[in-house]
Structure formats: C-alpha cells, structure tokens
Design a protein around this ligand. Structure first.
Ligand code: NAG
Length: 794
C-alpha cells in the first residue's frame, strides 16, 4: 500500500506536551545557560543549583565531574547540543535528579546509569541505532515520561520498560529505518505521542499499533497531505476496533474534502475528543454531506486554523460546525467571522470561540442553543453590550459568559439576559460606569477589571445576588455603596484612584469577607485613619495587606506602608484640636487687643507716622529754608490764652528751649510798648518761621478773633498751613467753635493739630513731633528782635 501521509515539512515543530515541562518552585536555584554557545559545561556553578538549563549550546562531551558537586540538582536540560557520549558516572552524584532532557543530541549509545528518582527522561532525536539501552531503565520505577527515538524499534527493547506504569511516552520517528510489528503494544502508558509522521513504508504498522496502545494519542508534524490519495479506507481500518478515545493532531495541512472524509470516519469511531492544533485548510471548500449520527464524540477543539482558500461559501464551513451533536466545541485563534445558529435544538453545552473576529451578529435571535451553559467569546469584535445581552436571552441554560477583551460599549439600550446567568466576565472591555445599568438581575459574579469605570451609580438597580465583584484597574475614587449589593462577600478595587475608602462605605460594606484595595494612591492624612483602624478590627479581610497598601501622598510619606503610618490623634480630632490650636489663637488676639488699648498703640503709631512725614518734608524742602533764613528772627511765635499760661511757661517753653538755638517770640518777653495788640501779633508772626497756637476751649472763644483779623488781610490765610502749628491742649467740642471761624473748623477737621497727651509716657513722642515741626536752623548772624505780644484777652 502506498504511503498516505506525504511529508513536505515547511516548518519543523518539536512541540512537547504541557505536562512534559518541569514545575518551578519558589525556593529553586536556577542556572540558565541556554543559547550561550558553550562548548563545555561551565565550571564553578552554584552548588545549590536545583535547575540547570544548558540547552541550545555546542557541548560535545560531558565529564564525570561536571555535575558531581551539584548535589541538589533536580532538573537538568541538555537538549540541542552535540553530545555524543555519556560517561558511566556522569549523574552518579545527582541523587535528587528528577528531570533530565537529553533530546536532540548525537548520542549513539548510553552506558551510564540514571538516578533512580528520575520521573522525566527524554533521549529522543539522537543517533541511536536501536533502543537496546532501555534495559538500563528497568529500575526507574518512578518514571512518568519517557522520550525515545531510534532507527530500529524492536519489540524486545521496549519490553524492558513495559513494566513501568508511564504517564506518557514520546517517540520521534524521524530517521526511522525499521519498525517491528506490535512493538508499541507492549508499552504501558496513558498517552502516546508520535512525532514526524513520514511516508515510511512501516508508518501504517506504527499507526495501527499506536491507536491500540493507549486511549490518548497525539500525532504531530504531518506536514501537508497530498490530495486524492485513497486514505479514507485506510483511516477507517485504523480507527475501527481501536480503543482510542482522545486524539490530538498537531501541525497538519489537509485539503478540505479529505479532512471532511477523515472527520466523518473519526466521528463514527470510539473517539470522544478530537483536538486539532495548527491546522491549515487547503484546496477548495465544498459543501459536503456529513452524517452526525452514531457518534461517541463529545468534544472538538480547533486551535490556530488557517484557511488557505480564498473563495468559498462561508455557510458551508459554518454549517458543518453549528450542527455538531457534541457537548464541547472550541474554535480559537482562527479568525472566525461568524457562526450559524444550529438549525434544530442543539446539544452544545460549552462553546469557546475566543480569539477570533466575531461581531455583534453572532447568535442573534438564536432559539436552539437551549442547553448551552458556558459561552466564551473573549478577544473578538463584539461592540454592543445590549446586543450581547439579547444574544443570551434565549439561551435558557447559560450560566457563564466570557466577553472579555471586546471593544464593548453600552448606549443605554434594552438589556435582557439569560434568566439564570450567574457569572459574567467583562474584563478589558473599555466599559464606563453605565455598565451597571445593564447587568443581569440575578448575577453572582462579575469581572469588570481593566475598564473605564469611575463610579458605581447610586441609581443602579439592586443586584441582590451579587457576591463577587471585581473592579480592579479602573478609575474608582471610592468603594461602591454596598447597600446596592446586599449579598456581596468579595470585592476587588485594587489599582484604582482611591485616596482612602470613606468610612461610610466601609460601614455599609460590613458583610464583606474579603476586600482588595491594594495599590491605590493612598492619601496619608486624617481621613485614612478610620480605614486603618477598620483594618485592624478585621484581620485577614484585606487582601494584599500590608505590602500593597502604601502612601502616595503627602510627598514626604510616599512609599510608606499604611501599616507604619502614624498621625497623632490631636491632628485629626476636632474636639482636641479646638482647645489646643484655636483657643491660644483667640487668647493671643485678645491679648494684643488689650495691650493696644492699654498702651494706646494706635496713638503712638499715628504720632510716629506724623513725625516721619514731617521729617521727610523738612528734608525735601531744605533749599526753601535756606532762602527763608534771612527773613526770620525767630523760629516760632507762640500764642496762648492766659488760662493756659501756666502750661506754656512750665511745660512747653522749657521743653522747646531745651532744643539747641531755638528762639521763640513770646507774648511778654517780646512785647513792644506803644503798638496795638494786633500790630504786635502781626509783627511777631512776620518775624517767626512758624506760628504755634495753643488751642483750648477758652482760647478758641476769646483769642481766636485776633488772628482771624490778621488772617483776614494776610496772604498766609489762603496759602498752605505749613507754617502753622496747632497744639490742642484740651479737646474742643465742635459746638464750642463759633460758626464764623470756618478756617479753624476746617483745620480741626483735617486734624492737622498736635494733641497734648495726658499720659506721661506719650510726652516724649509729642515733643519729638513738635521739634520736628519747628526744626530749622536760623543763621546766627541774625539779630534777635524784641517783639512781644500781650496775651490778655481784649
Ligand atoms: C467541556 O467543557 C467544560 C467547560 O470548559 C469542561 O468542564 C468539560 O470537562 C468539557 N467536557 C469534555 C467532554 O471535554
């Protein structure tokens, strides 16, 4: 019989099954030296190494001392090197070695003994002529995985391991020269994996034995099948009478028509499960009749299907799958655009169409998927959340829906879900807060991680059955109000924007058994203290505590764990803060106020201000004084009422005259007999640089008239009052000033007078001001005039 499986290997896949990999533990010491172009095993490795990867190098020889000191070694990977020989003692010290991969080397014989704890041994893809060395494996009673390969596969050789209860045997048939019939049948293994199925003359014998050796068979690396060979008779020979229940095909390219025929044969065999990985559909796709009856098939999986056909009826393809009377259907990573609704009530219970290109049209108005329990549509092109909900409405058995990683949005339309849906996965769907308006009423578990949710709206309808809510990686700034979800026991809000959970929300969420609030940008101020104390009251409730709970603000506390954060009670408690901070402030203000009052601070300030201003004026008009100098005999003329004479003589004059070189024109002293009082006054004023009037109620009423007369015809009356100094000895009520003296009234209003303070403490400043006002130095050559003004009231 001619070969059926023609091999035109485009890419060589050496794909080990999942359970063939070592399991890492946290305390493992790993030495990874793969792809390092090593020609020898590196010396001086850490003696604690438990996992050593030396794959993909150019190592040719192993010495007995290479691994002798690695007493803890558990995993050793030496695949893809050029090792030709194993000296007998090479692994003799590695008592704990469990996993040894020597595949893809150039070994021709094995003379060493392997550690008896070995569970995984792969010596496939070497240059062995036969498997005679298998006799040395007879004592490896713990062996679970055995990878082999040789030019001659003989029954006798395999019989030496037939007593080992193996989980999986892998045989690479590349380089097969001779296969002795029934050899595989002696193996005692749960799974058999054959790789590189070439068009060898013995390949049918191999496959015929393979399907009868185990229930689980994997065939990989077929390459592309040629079209039109009479393989279907042959396949039916292989599968009839086989005990195979699970078949996995890997890396295979088949014309569509041939594939349908093979599938038809498999459909009516003992097979319960068919997995096809990396499958290329060639040639044309034609509508082919398919008989679904008489099947044991329960599960079908297609992963990474590529269709190398450009023009075909999509419906013919979809119809084949949609009508399948099985329980589990998986088509992933295959660019699936659409799937038909089954034409009659379907047996499908679990559908997985992840990683395809499905759109909102999928299963719309489909009434026949009534047994469907789980539907996975992760990583597709679904857009409308309400369409998704309507799709499930008639799936009356649907319990779990996965639509994660679809570009979903919800536009506030109708949402009607399967009546018993309990779990919903909508991770990474770019959904906003509005999604809460479209959740199934009876939902128990919702995954909304990695969306765009900023809050849980308060008008959300109560989800009374919701137990588990995952809102990690969103934009929440507070915990949701748990009164909306009275049954909630688990919530995850890690990686959100919570500065701290507000105490109210924590109170409402008291039914929670587990909360994860880790990795939020916590604000370590007073507000967070409630949260920390709540935490200490319920140990074990907060997932990730303490490592994931770290201050973000203020800057100086960034990176500090909440566990270590401490803020004295004083800063946070109003009742403590008020007495400690506010009271001293109030007292201080009162104190300052009282002191001001007591020492009349405003008065001092006013007087100092006046003094400064006067000083400034004096300085800025120095030149003017230079001119004036010559014209004046006196610095000042003082006028006062007889009633105030004692103050003037006893207090004012001594004080003024204590100033150096001050000359005063005074009533008595400078009086010129024979002249009228007014003449005398005018004379005195004319010869003085400043005129000082000592104002008191009496003065205003009885003396002012004299000066009014003077002012009446004197030019100064209308000029500035710079040369006028008014000293207010006693306060003068406005009503005492006769209304005709409007000049005086105006001056009083302007407060251009100096007030004589009663308190002794203020006198110094009063004098300073007065002196500043008079301050001018008259030239010494000036002759002292003798002008005196009578002060008697007329
Ligand atoms: C079908 O799929 C479900 C859910 O993935 C799984 O639990 C079950 O074991 C599968 N059944 C078969 C026959 O593979």
């Amino acid at each position: 019989m001619a070969a059926i499986f023609f091999l035109t290997l485009a890419t060589v896949f050496i794909q080990a099954p999942c359970d063939a990999h070592p399991v890492l533990k946290s305390d493992d010491v790993i030495g990874n030296f793969s792809y390092k172009s090593l020609t020898k095993v590196p010396p001086n490795l850490s003696p604690n190494t438990t996992i050593l990867d030396l794959s993909h190098n150019n190592i040719k020889k192993l010495d007995a001392t290479d691994f002798g000191y690695l007493l803890d070694l558990k995993v050793l990977i030496l695949s893809h090197n050029q090792i030709t020989e194993l000296v007998s003692k090479v692994f003799s010290s590695n008592f704990y070695l469990e996993y040894l991969d020597l595949s893809n080397n150039r070994l021709e014989n094995i003379s060493c003994t392997f550690p008896s704890r070995l569970r995984h041994l792969d010596i496939s893809s070497n240059n062995f002529t036969s498997l005679s060395f298998c006799r040395g494996f007879a004592n490896l009673l713990g062996l679970e995985y055995l990878g082999l390969g040789a030019a001659n596969i003989l029954k006798l050789d395999l019989e030496s391991v037939s007593h080992l209860p193996l989980q999986q045997v892998f045989i690479d048939l590349k380089g097969l020269y001779k296969y002795e019939n029934s050899s595989l049948l002696v193996l005692n293994t749960n799974r058999l994996h054959l790789s590189t199925i070439s068009d060898h003359k013995d390949i049918f014998s191999v496959l015929f034995d393979a399907v009868n050796t185990t229930k689980f068979l994997e065939l990989s690396n077929f390459g592309k099948w040629e079209r039109g060979k009479h393989y279907d008779d042959y396949v039916s020979t292989i599968v009839s009478n086989s005990q195979l229940t699970h078949l996995t095909l890997r890396n295979l390219g088949v014309p569509w028509i041939d594939f349908i025929r093979i599938l038809q044969k498999l459909w009516q065999s003992s097979l319960e499960s068919l997995h096809v990985h990396n499958f290329t559909v060639q040639d044309v796709i034609l509508k082919a009749p398919f008989d679904y009856t008489n099947t044991s098939m329960k599960e079908l999986l297609f992963d990474h299907v590529a269709v190398e056909v450009f023009l075909f009826s999509q419906k013919d393809l979809y119809r084949l799958f949609s009508e399948m009377n099985i329980k589990n259907l998986t088509i992933t990573n295959s660019n699936l655009l659409y799937m038909l609704c089954p034409s009659k009530p379907s047996t499908l219970e679990h559908i997985d169409f992840s990683n395809n290109a499905l759109t909102d049209d999928i299963f719309q108005n489909c009434l026949t998927l009534t047994k469907l329990k789980t539907l996975k549509l992760s990583v597709n092109k679904l857009q409308s959340l309400s369409q998704v909900s309507l799709m499930t409405e008639r799936m009356t058995s649907l319990q779990y829906l996965d639509v994660s990683q679809n570009p979903l949005n919800y536009a506030g339309k109708d949402c009607r879900w399967s009546p018993i849906i309990g779990r919903l996965n909508m991770e990474s769907c770019s959904l906003s807060s509005s999604v809460f308006q479209c959740l199934p009423k009876n939902i128990k578990t919702v995954n909304l991680r990695r969306n765009d949710i900023s809050n849980v709206p308060l008008d959300t309808t109560n989800l009374t059955n919701l137990e588990d809510l995952d809102l990690g990686y969103n934009r929440l700034s507070d915990l949701p109000d748990c009164t909306l979800f009275p049954s909630l026991t688990t919530i995850n809000v890690e990686y959100n924007q919570l500065p701290y959970p507000s105490p109210e929300s924590l109170k409402n969420c008291s039914g929670l058994k587990q909360i994860n609030i880790g990795n939020n940008p916590f604000h370590c101020y007073c507000g967070i203290k409630k949260f920390i104390s709540e935490k200490s009251r319920s140990p074990g409730k907060f997932i990730g505590w303490p490592d994931d709970y770290v201050c973000e603000r203020p800057d100086e506390l960034k990176g500090v764990k909440l566990e270590d954060f401490y803020l004295p009670e004083m800063y946070c408690n109003v009742f403590i803060m008020v007495p400690i901070i506010v009271v001293p402030i109030i007292v201080g203000v009162f104190l300052i106020f009282a002191l001001c009052k007591h020492f009349d601070v405003p008065w001092f300030v006013k007087m100092v201000w006046k003094w400064v201003r006067t000083k400034q004026r004096t300085r800025s008009s120095k030149n003017g004084y230079q001119e004036l100098r010559r014209d004046f005999a006196f610095h000042a003329f003082i006028s006062y009422s007889e009633n105030d004479a004692s103050w003037v003589k006893n207090i004012l004059l001594p004080s003024i005259q204590s100033m150096k070189d001050i000359r005063i024109c005074q009533h008595e002293r400078n009086f010129t007999p024979g002249k009228s009082i007014v003449e005398n006054i005018i004379n005195c004023i004319d010869n003085s640089y400043k005129s000082i009037f000592v104002l008191s109620p009496h003065f205003v009423q009885s003396e002012w008239c004299h000066y009014e007369l003077y002012f009446a015809h004197h030019k100064l009356y209308s000029e500035n009052t710079d040369n006028l100094i008014l000293i207010l000895l006693e306060p003068i009520p406005q009503y005492l000033i006769p209304s005709r003296y409007f000049k005086l009234k105006a001056l009083m209003k302007q407060r251009t007078y100096l007030e004589w303070p009663k308190e002794k403490s203020k006198h110094t400043l009063f004098w300073a001001n007065l002196r500043a006002a008079i301050s001018i130095s008259l030239s010494e050559s000036e002759q002292e005039s003798s002008v005196s003004v009578p002060s008697e009231s007329s």
